[in-house]
Design a binder for this molecule. Structure first.
Ligand code: ADP
Length: 605
């Protein structure tokens, strides 16, 4: 996006308040016009005074009072317009800054997983904060300065030619110099500034990444390494930023010098014209005032271009994110899916993350409503991918997924996801109270309902023991809670959501026997009466399942009940045998069903 396109988009963001914006713009034009009347009036006063000698005092007074009266009117008009602009323009800019932030926030949250996978949240945050700050600054300077500068260029400058074309030409020469010098510096520094912006984004990404992994950094003693990486980025950033600053400093020196030379030029030319009887003292005074005002405006315009130049890449990033279209979105005419019974069908589903390697291939499966399906197989076999497709984190490249016979791409995303509950292995929590975290399941749940769900999830007792009970603040991402506690909270959350279809990612981390038993009981309450998919790591889960699906390298290689698969003596039987063979030698640790080692020992059928 080019400079002008970005500027137009920045102003376009004010469209919802266009009438107020237009009134403010007109008020600003009035302020600018009135400002230019002042030097004219000043010149008139000087002419009246310098011609006063020998005139009757009453005539001189009459002239002076006429001019001063006009001046008072101009002054009052200017004050009123100024109050209007500063009062309403600032409010409008503040309002719209926050509105833009909300728009960005909602948009980014609605973007699919594929987008977030490729972006760091620190970078997205930086783009948002910087983007809305830049919008704010530009809106304010649009109402306060830009229009006044446009009035100066397109109205006052031609008028100055009418007043005295010789003096006017000097001003035009100055403005041409400003424009050429600006364009030249922009051309010289454009690439470097873009690079600098990229380094800024990289810096935000790196810092966000590190802050999100403090524990990892401290336990692996990576502090100095992380700090060094950050310093390296800072050094690279400064290495491209400094030359850019040098060029802009040169521009500032050149334009200042040109402005001073022009004022001197007007004074010299004015003196010569006056001596030759071609200009009155008042005219020359007016012109000097005029030139000073114009030069002020040009300097403002110049600094606007400089600022715009520095901000364009950040604003382009901001608009690019806003323009990113979700690949997963409601089809035209998508109907809401009511509460389903929960029959699920995968019909020859194939999917690849990168378009080359299949994460899931030709996967077919029919699941009756209310039954429990265990998904097993080595790590990376495609279990999570099949579940991600079921709640449309991605869409399959071919094949279809149906719930109660309806293709999930034909219904609204929101209604689909209302029907599916997910309990992740890594249960994430908001940095909010326990009650707030539970209400993610259902916003309008009463306190009694929260407690009931927590009881069923075996979480009530430990919550009650916390210092503030349900109002206890959970640390960022739930770090103040143990893994087992987080898991029970997320089971309670899913109970509150009460979806007919459930996806469970069983924890692989070993829990103590008591916690394990609690979680098993909680899960039983949760699974009752729902179609449940379990990414299974434990034998017990598999034994109780109505159906077991064995994945291997993106394919479902075996499907059937626990007994059937065991009797078949294929991949599954070998997986179970490996696990039942008991402990990994010398460790006391039982291998999980999707342990890569266990998976690889089973020959592909
Ligand atoms: P499982 O759940 O059986 O461990 P997954 O479904 O997570 O397996 O992974 C299947 C394959 O897809 C693996 O090769 C994995 O590396 C790849 N994969 C998983 N998630 C992503 C992702 N977000 N982006 C790219 N590739 C992925």
């Amino acid at each position: 996006m080019g400079f002008i396109a970005i500027y137009a988009r920045v102003l376009g963001q004010l469209k919802p308040e266009r009438w107020l914006a237009i009134v403010l713009a007109l008020a600003n034009v009035a302020v600018a016009g009135l400002q230019f009347l002042e030097p004219v009036l000043f010149g008139r006063v000087v002419d009246v005074l310098s011609g006063a000698a020998g005139r009757p005092p009453a005539d001189v007074w009459a002239d002076a009072i006429g001019i001063l009266g006009l001046w008072v009117v101009v002054g009052i008009g200017g004050v009123i317009a100024n109050i209007l602009v500063s009062l309403y323009a600032d409010r409008m800019a503040h309002r719209n800054r926050l509105a833009a932030m909300a728009r960005y926030f909602e948009h980014v949250l609605s973007l699919p997983f594929a987008f977030h996978n490729a972006q760091h949240s620190g970078r997205l945050l930086k783009i948002m904060l910087q983007g809305v700050d830049n919008l704010f600054g530009l809106w304010l300077s649009f109402f306060r300065e830009h229009l006044a500068t446009a009035v100066a260029l397109f109205v006052m400058l031609p008028l100055s030619l009418l007043m005295n074309w010789r003096l006017g030409l000097l001003l035009i020469a100055l403005i041409v110099f400003f424009a050429v010098a600006n364009a030249w510096i922009v051309a010289r520094t454009d690439n470097m500034q873009r690079q600098a912006e990229e380094y800024h984004s990289q810096l935000a990404g790196q810092a966000g990444d590190a802050l999100g992994n403090v524990q990892l950094i401290q336990s692996f003693v990576r502090l100095s390494h992380e700090a060094r990486m950050l310093h390296e980025t800072i050094r690279s950033l400064l290495a491209v930023q400094f030359p850019v600053l040098n060029w802009w400093a040169l521009l500032s020196v050149l334009t200042h010098a040109a402005a001073t030379i022009t004022v001197l030029g007007i004074f010299m030319l004015g003196t010569w014209l006056h001596l030759a009887g071609r200009a009155s003292v008042g005219e020359i005074v007016s012109f000097m005032g005029f030139a000073t005002l114009l030069i002020g405006r040009m300097e403002q315009a110049s600094s606007f271009f400089a600022r715009m130049f520095f901000q364009t890449p950040a604003l382009a990033d901001f608009f690019n994110v806003l323009e990113t279209e979700s690949t997963i979105r409601d089809k035209l005419g998508a109907q809401p899916l009511g509460r389903v019974r929960g029959a699920v069908e995968f019909d020859k589903v194939s999917f690849s993350y990168d378009g080359r390697r299949a994460a899931l291939q030709d996967f077919s499966l029919r699941v009756d409503a209310g039954s429990t399906v265990a998904l097993v197989g080595p790590t990376g076999a495609g279990k999570s991918t099949s579940m991600a497709l079921l709640h449309r984190m991605w869409d399959p490249q071919s094949g279809a997924i149906r719930i109660d016979g309806v293709d999930i791409r034909d219904v609204t995303l929101e209604s689909l996801r209302r029907n599916i509950g997910v309990v992740f292995q890594d249960n994430t929590m908001f940095y909010r109270s326990i009650a707030d975290n539970l209400r993610v399941g259902r916003q309008d749940a009463s306190d009694a309902e929260l407690a009931e769900a927590a009881r069923l999830a075996e979480a009530h007792d430990f919550i009650e023991r916390l210092s503030d009970g349900y109002n206890t603040q959970v640390g960022e991402r739930g770090v103040t809670l143990s893994g087992g506690e987080r898991q029970r909270l997320s089971i309670a959350r899913a109970l509150l959501k009460n979806p007919p279809i459930l996806i469970l990612d069983e924890a692989t981390s070993a829990l103590d026997a008591v916690t394990e038993a609690k979680i098993q009981r909680a899960l039983k309450s949760l699974m009752a009466g729902r179609t449940t998919f379990v990414i299974a790591h434990r034998l017990s889960t598999i034994r109780d399942a109505d159906l077991v699906v064995v994945f291997d390298r993106g394919r479902a290689v075996e499907t059937g009940s626990y007994g059937e698969l065991l009797a078949r003596g294929g991949t599954f039987a070998k997986l179970v045998a490996t696990q039942q063979a008991g402990l990994l030698p010398g460790t006391g640790v039982r291998p999980y069903l999707d342990d890569p080692v266990a998976g690889e020992t089973a020959p592909a059928s």
